[in-house]
Design a protein around this ligand. Structure first.
Ligand code: NDP
Ligand code: GDR
Length: 323
């Protein structure tokens, strides 16, 4: 029988890869889209006609109730969020309403309309925040360092609570940073790969950056959405860390991107306080052995290949524009 999935955040990076993955598995895919002044289908333009669109917003419970009614889903993936950490300081309340309370809204819609649907919550390694243990795993205590991290921590625990209180099949994936050519331009990987391509082509002359010493565990989004699906195919719901088990500094990221276009990054990168955060997460490094063992999840794309794939994609994009 054809399965149905409802995805919030389908226009974002992960939503687009997950929708592709589920369509290949012959799911009926419903996507929640919110009203924007200019429609944003860049990531899903190639599959737009295969998605059943439902208008709604994570801050509007009534729209979510209708979305669950209309889609009658077997699986619900809650990927929608105000997901940019830096914006969570100037917009802490909106971040809380969407990224924290939005999770309760969608859980309530599922509980009221279709409590037997399986539910995935997009939790984040940002919840670990201040380093207390490395590598970080499912049992590592949380100490979020931003309004975003605090909001995600609420979303994580409310998901666990709905599982324990209402016996719902609700899982939380604690995903470490994952990137792709579809990553938003403000996130550090895409900002760097886009700049390396533009500087190489003479379209930009410098790259203004914040903290180059921060360390992240960066994987490929295409690999990570498979883990989301796997979490909903198990006998019992549970929470899993998804990561590569490698950490790199922002400086290493910059170096690989500029090396790929044969440029010396030191000639172009300027440190600008504007991009330094009020509080930083210094080191993220995940231990995903539980996911490997219990889900059989495996990573396919490594860090260097990921950065080079992104620079190449940005070069191709601008070469197309220049033509
Ligand atoms: P993106 O920022 O690319 O996508 C966010 C999505 O959320 C967009 O589709 C956006 O819609 C939607 N959205 C924003 N506000 C609302 C709202 N009020 N109602 C409904 N939808 C809304 O994020 P990613 O794809 O990178 O991440 C997916 C999820 O995973 C997020 O929850 C993120 O916090 C989390 N996460 C991401 C990680 C990563 O490294 N990528 C790591 C760990 C967790 P629109 O297009 O209209 O803006
Ligand atoms: P992050 O991703 O905050 O880890 O959250 P981001 O790419 O924004 O930052 C990573 C690290 O790079 C440092 N940095 C800069 N970051 C940006 N954006 N711009 C800069 O100029 C810059 N210079 C240095 C940051 O200080 C930080 O240490 C991402 C998001 O996808 C979240 O939604 C997700 O939950 C987490 O990953 C896991």
């Amino acid at each position: 029988m054809t399965k149905s999935a409802l995805i919030t955040g389908i226009t974002g990076q992960d939503g687009s890869y997950l929708a592709e993955f589920l369509l290949e598995k012959e799911y009926r895919v419903y996507g929640l889209r919110r009203r924007t002044s200019i429609p944003n289908y860049e990531n899903v333009v190639h599959i737009k006609d295969k998605i059943e669109w439902i208008d709604g917003d994570l801050t509007d419970l009534s729209s979510l109730v209708r979305a669950v009614q209309e889609s009658n889903p077997d699986e619900v993936y809650n990927l929608g969020a105000q997901s940019f950490v830096a914006t969570s300081w100037p917009q802490p309340i909106a971040t809380g309403e969407i990224t924290a309370m939005g999770v309760t809204n969608i859980l309530e819609a599922v509980r009221i309309i279709k409590p037997e649907a399986k539910f995935y919550q997009a939790s984040s390694s940002e919840m670990f925040g201040k380093v207390q243990e490395t590598p970080q795993k499912e049992t590592t205590p949380f100490w979020p360092r931003s309004p975003y991290g605090a909001a995600k921590m609420y979303g994580h625990w409310i998901t666990v609570n709905y599982r324990e209180s209402f016996n719902m099949y609700a899982c939380s994936g604690i995903l470490f940073n994952h990137e792709s050519p579809r990553r938003g331009l403000e996130f550090v990987t895409r900002k760097v790969t886009d700049a390396a391509a533009r500087i190489k082509l003479g379209l930009q002359h410098e790259l203004r950056m914040g903290n180059l010493d921060a360390k992240r565990d960066w994987g490929f989004a295409g690999d990570y959405v498979k883990a989301m699906w796997l979490m909903l195919q198990q006998e019992k719901p549970d929470d899993f860390v998804i990561s590569t088990g490698e950490t790199h500094t922002v400086e290493e990221l910059v170096q690989i991107a500029f090396d790929y276009v044969d440029l010396d990054w030191k000639e172009y990168v300027v440190i600008d306080k504007k991009f330094v955060r009020p509080a930083e997460v210094d080191l993220l490094l995940g231990d995903c052995s539980k996911a490997k063992k219990e889900l059989g999840w495996e990573l396919e794309v490594g860090f260097q290949d990921l950065v080079e794939m992104m620079v190449q994609s940005d070069l191709d994009k601008y070469r197309g524009v220049i033509k």
